[in-house]
Ligand binder design. Structure first.
Ligand code: TRP
Length: 452
């Protein structure tokens, strides 16, 4: 991002909204509900919350403070504090490059569903196998993903994110209200109670290390951590803003939206599938399979569905724009290409890399790297491998190289650091050890050496 933009956030609200705009996206609305459903409902929720207030808190404070302290984005920030560690910044920069293509595949699905609802095909979209047939075909999902990437690219190309930011300040609250509204409708459907209980009541029988692995990957993803984004946002933050407060607000906001998104979808799965275990584990398609049925069952479902998907599309676009913007700024800085050239090349690159993720549900479904579909594979590489590595290195960097006091000092510039002890203990001892255990176990399980 351009130098002249530094310190552009008008105050705490500006920072919180911008960071929340990056944080809230498909991660909350699409990814969280299907993971919660798949990994045991209430127990996943509990593990996620515990991780959010410990790990998530420590890591986000650390990243934002790194950014504000140095006034630089990831690569520069690590380099400035200790030039031997600039590789952490580089590693973090790879993550958005992997995420953007498959994010666009899901974005394309949202485009498709929006167009289905807007053209009044609610009942058709609610039919069994509508989703599978759609993603299993070759051309249509690719056209949809191309539309999604193209819109993203136009915004980044023209550099009109500022305008988008203004609009999203208006639309985001609308999305939140709609999500809460649909969630309330969902849990009042006959038969939803069982699903609601599954979603909120922890059942320790469902606990395994996979729950922790999945919850942690989701936490990083949803809060845009471990990929340098929060460092960049921190670099735009004014010194007067109370850092700890701001971080707490982003965490609460992001988790609350994810929670309601789950409440909108998980109980409804029970209603429409009679608690069928396979339906709960539907995976990436969950939102697209269950929600249309909810809309089909409600009065004015066509309208509500169209409104919902356009808002989701908007949330997805703002996140994709910020992902692409991040990659463009890295390419601009490192390769010295102009903005336009960088944008075009990144767009083409993303389009090509997105193809296997899209075709992996159809003609290429026979090719399964490490037993996963291509989309799951890219998701796994970024969320379960790269992000934990970056998070681990960031903890070591803060805990032992620059020392936690350097971060505390930044946080304390204008207010007390209430959870300083938690931050220090997490960063130095607990987080690195747990991240390492999780990382090793997820690598071993992908290689088929252990089953978790
Ligand atoms: N947090 C976003 C979401 O929940 C996804 C995301 C991950 C993201 N990293 C990002 C968005 C970086 C913008 C920038 O959907």
């Amino acid at each position: 991002m351009k130098k002249k933009k530094r310190s552009n956030f008008s105050g705490k609200l500006g920072f919180v909204l911008a960071a929340a705009g990056s944080a809230v996206g498909l991660g909350n609305l699409w990814r969280f509900p299907y993971l919660a459903a798949k990994y045991g409902g209430g127990i996943f929720l509990l593990v996620y919350l515990i991780l959010a207030v410990t790990f998530g808190f420590a890591l986000m404070i650390g990243e934002v403070a790194l950014g504000r302290k140095t006034g630089l984005s990831a690569i520069g920030a690590f380099k400035k504090l200790n030039s031997k560690y600039s590789f952490i910044g580089y590693l973090a920069s790879i993550v958005p490059i992997i995420i953007l293509p498959y994010y666009s595949v899901i974005g394309g699905w949202v485009v498709k569903y929006f167009s289905a609802f807007v053209t009044g095909q609610t009942t058709k979209a609610a039919k069994d196998h509508y989703f599978e047939t759609f993603i299993g075909s070759s051309l249509e999902p690719i056209v949809c993903l191309a539309i999604f990437i193209f819109i993203t690219a136009v915004v980044v190309f023209l550099g009109v994110e500022k305008g988008i930011e203004k609009v999203s300040k208006l639309l985001m609250p609308l999305l939140v209200l709609l999500t809460i509204g649909i969630a309330i409708y969902s849990i009042t459907l006959p038969g939803a109670l069982e699903g609601l209980i599954y979603y909120v009541k922890p059942n320790f029988k469902h606990f395994s290390i996979t729950t922790v692995v999945a919850a942690m990957g989701q936490l990083f993803y949803s809060m845009s951590l471990a990929m340098g984004i929060m460092i960049t946002y921190g670099s735009y933050m004014k010194k007067e803003v109370k850092l700890e407060n701001a971080v707490t607000q982003i965490e609460i906001f992001d988790s609350a939206i994810a929670f309601f998104a789950g409440m909108m979808i998980v109980p409804a799965v029970f209603v429409f599938n009679g608690g069928d275990a396979d339906a709960i584990k539907a995976g990436p398609g969950l939102m697209f399979i269950t929600l249309p049925k909810v809309f089909d069952s409600m009065p004015f479902g066509n309208f509500v569905g169209a409104l919902f998907f356009i808002l989701v599309l908007f949330a997805a676009l703002t996140s994709a724009i910020s992902l692409m913007e991040t990659i463009v700024s890295i390419v601009q800085d490192k390769l010295h290409w102009g903005r336009k050239k960088s944008t075009i090349i990144i767009t083409l690159f993303s389009l090509v890399v997105a193809l296997p993720s899209s075709l992996g549900f159809g003609v290429w479904s026979g090719i399964t790297p490490f037993g996963m579909s291509f989309l799951d594979f890219f998701d796994f590489i970024s969320n379960s491998i790269l992000m934990p590595i970056v998070a681990f290195l960031t903890c070591i960097f803060i805990g032992y190289i620059i020392k936690p006091a350097a971060i505390s000092e930044e946080v304390k510039l204008n207010s007390a650091f209430k959870r300083e002890t938690l931050f220090v203990v997490m960063t130095k001892y607990i987080a690195p050890i747990i991240i390492l255990i999780i990382l090793i176990s997820s690598i071993l399980s992908a290689l088929g050496i252990i089953t978790i």
